[in-house]
Design a protein around this ligand. Structure first.
Ligand code: ZN
Length: 268
């Protein structure tokens, strides 16, 4: 270490704050925060209080805190039962690998088609812009020749330049907006496939984290978990289970092709 005269790289206050965070992290956790994966992530469907947890005879249980309503009649639920409930909810938004593969194939086809028609569209714009540039040259020649007056030249030039900037704007918009919905759609499908995998695993932490990701207003009522699916998960969540089965692919797949905004509706 040198006792240099230069300013310390990390200001003292920031350094102290970091030390404090590190100290907090290394402090052992309170016993109440031990492994209760579903603690404080659900509310009681009867009284709205938080669902807490405790251990009795070596088993983890979850129950309503009944802080606001002592008369709440909800009973304990064992962690294993709750884990099954969470898995059930995950199943509702999950896609089998057969479905996921089919959807990804469709999206890839669509992407290829979109890329092709997009390339044609972009080329058309470029051609038109070039044409206008050619017109500007001719116009200038005509003016220099004395074929058209300065006023005529200025008026026409302005018109062409406006047209040109409109086309350039369109071209930029196209590059910006293109088919950027495809990538998030793919990510979504992969996530839904992952939900299936997590639902089938016995990993309470992964299950809990996924449940938080897909749903808000998570409620426990009469030993049943219910969630309000977040926007992108609603379609899957509200589908009957049969619609997601591998056999349903051929008859049901049009469901997935709806609601793609301004994109053309496939007919198959
Ligand atoms: Zn309650």
């Amino acid at each position: 270490m040198y006792d240099g005269k230069h300013e310390p790289m990390i200001p003292k206050k920031l350094f102290e704050a970091c030390q404090k965070v590190m100290a907090d992290r290394s402090r052992p956790k309170k016993p109440s925060q031990k492994e209760y994966p579903y603690r404080n992530m659900l509310v009681c469907g009867e009284c709205g209080c938080t669902i807490t947890s405790e251990t009795q005879k070596g088993h983890n249980y979850y129950r309503c805190t009944k802080k606001r309503d002592k008369k709440c009649s909800q009973k304990y639920i064992r962690e294993e039962v709750l884990a099954e409930e969470v898995a059930n909810e995950l199943q509702k938004v999950s896609l089998s690998s057969a479905w996921a593969e089919w959807m990804l194939t469709e999206l890839n086809k669509e992407e290829a088609e979109a890329a092709q028609s997009g390339a044609v569209f972009a080329q058309n714009l470029k051609d038109k812009i070039k044409e206008l540039e050619g017109k500007l040259d001719l116009l200038l020649d005509a003016h220099l020749d004395g074929t058209i007056s300065r006023e005529e030249y200025t008026a026409k030039k302005e018109k062409i330049i406006n047209e040109k900037s409109e086309l350039s704007e369109k071209s930029k918009d196209f590059e910006r907006n293109g088919n950027h919905w495809l990538e998030p759609a793919k990510q979504f499908i992969l996530a839904a496939q992952q939900a299936k995998i997590i639902a089938l695993q016995e990993n309470p932490v992964a299950g809990r984290d996924f449940l938080k990701r897909i749903g808000s207003n998570r409620v426990l009522l009469s030993q049943k978990v219910a969630i309000e699916p977040k926007k992108s998960w609603q379609i899957l969540y509200n589908l009957p289970a049969e619609a997601r089965s591998a056999e349903a692919i051929n008859s049901q797949h049009t469901i997935w092709l709806r609601g793609r905004g301004s994109n053309p509706q496939p007919t198959g």
